[in-house]
Design a protein around this ligand. Sequence first.
Ligand code: AHR
Length: 524
Amino acid sequence: MRSLLIGFTLIFLAITAPMMVAQKVELSVEVSKTGAKIDRNIFGQFAEHLGHGVYEGIWVGPDSKIPNTRGIRNDVVGALKAIKVPNVRWPGGCFADEYHWRKSIGLQRSVTLNPNWGGVTEANTFGTHEFMDFLDQIGADAYVSVNVGSGTPEEAAEWLEYMTAAAPTTLAKERAANGHPAPYKVALLGIGNESWDCGGNMTPDYYVSQMKIYSRFVRNFNPAQQDKQQMLKIAVGPGGDGPRWTEWTEAIMKAYQQHTWSWDINGLSLHNYTVVKWPPSYKSVGFGEIEYNQILKTTLEMEGLISKHSAIMDKYDPDKKVALVVDEWGGWYAPLPGSNPGFLVQQNSLRDAILAALNLNIFARHADRVRGANIAQMINVLQAMIITDNERMVLTPTYYVFKMYLPFQDATFLPVTFDAGWYTYGDVALPRVDAIAARDANGKLWLEITNLDPNQPVEIEVSLGAITAKSAAGETLTAPEVDSINTFDAPNTVAPKPASAKVLGGKLTLKLEPKSVTVISVEQ
Ligand code: AHR
């Protein structure tokens, strides 16, 4: 019986062996060329008042049994600090255009409703001061979206004065009385959200006139943000690539080209979810290779979308002063069975890690124009970094990608060339490999290589031009299945482990497992 089993095993191995032979790929890093800086703000996060994103995900209240600092949960803060979140976009999303900041400051908070997201009550216990405290605890900048849809320029201007004025105005004194005498910094200001849809269904022309008014009157008074660290104003941008969206980009950029001293914008947002078709119906767990392949194919459309809108921006802004800020992106799948559909609860699998790497690489390749991005959303909503359940917390595969990519924050992009061919499933073909390279502020070289092929390993021979590699080391992220996830009981199913990198006679070789994301540094 035993020898029969051994025999079967050998036959099985003989049949499958050719399938597992690594594809050999030559990849060159153009070390002598220097690209744009990969702005750390492309690793931004998004925290909307939606489901358990803010309440429970961040805010548990000072009386909670969950360990917290002034109501903000310590485990989440620790995890987010470790990925050096550059900025957090808040309070929405669609929520932002129905948010009235006065209802969530001071001792008396109004209880309101959240009609966009499940129609639940909004306790307003997490407001301006709590958000700023949270940012302080994780070390991130504020990206505040003001209410253009149902608010007024006056309301938004007063909010900014409340947050940023150092002079003893009535609003600044009110802020001090509420516990914060020093002015807050607001690094980024979103002028509305999806004003073409949930933000008020405006026409491009109508939005342009609103944008000018908000840009002019919603001022940042923080003395530290007058010359240096000026607040960047982000206009609502397109949400797709059809004529409706190109017209939108044209309208904003044309207005920008003709702008006078009295108003300005520094960024144009772009929203693009990986969905395949609306309403989102793909499962976030419990899927196979076909759904893996289709979702990744769809996510790669980000490249064309950015190229298209960048080309329009180039016409009106050839010096690339206005950044393209992809401030909502990520996989959007069917809600998990049993969850409130308005809470956008989904799982986060190895597929999402690969999806995240592909998008971050696209942003890096467009680093001259894409200088900000915010994955949707940070905790418990859509493609989250973190999932919580009462006192329990688990880090998702996407979290680990953001952690592995830390060296790329503010690094200088270096072009890479390679031809790895295609991985095909059914009639859908995907590039087998994706890669970027960069040099960090200390001159260290970093490489990210994604093997999209879920079945075949890849062996990469890296050529570094005039540079002789002495050693290389790094981490790789993979898992048994394309839909492997981390759970509270098994939190390390998809977690980074040491990468297989070898330097022999100055030649660098990397072995990439199927369906993996790898980041390595090279010692020269
Ligand atoms: O992220 C969820 C929602 O998606 C946001 O509120 C909105 O801006 C977008 O449509």
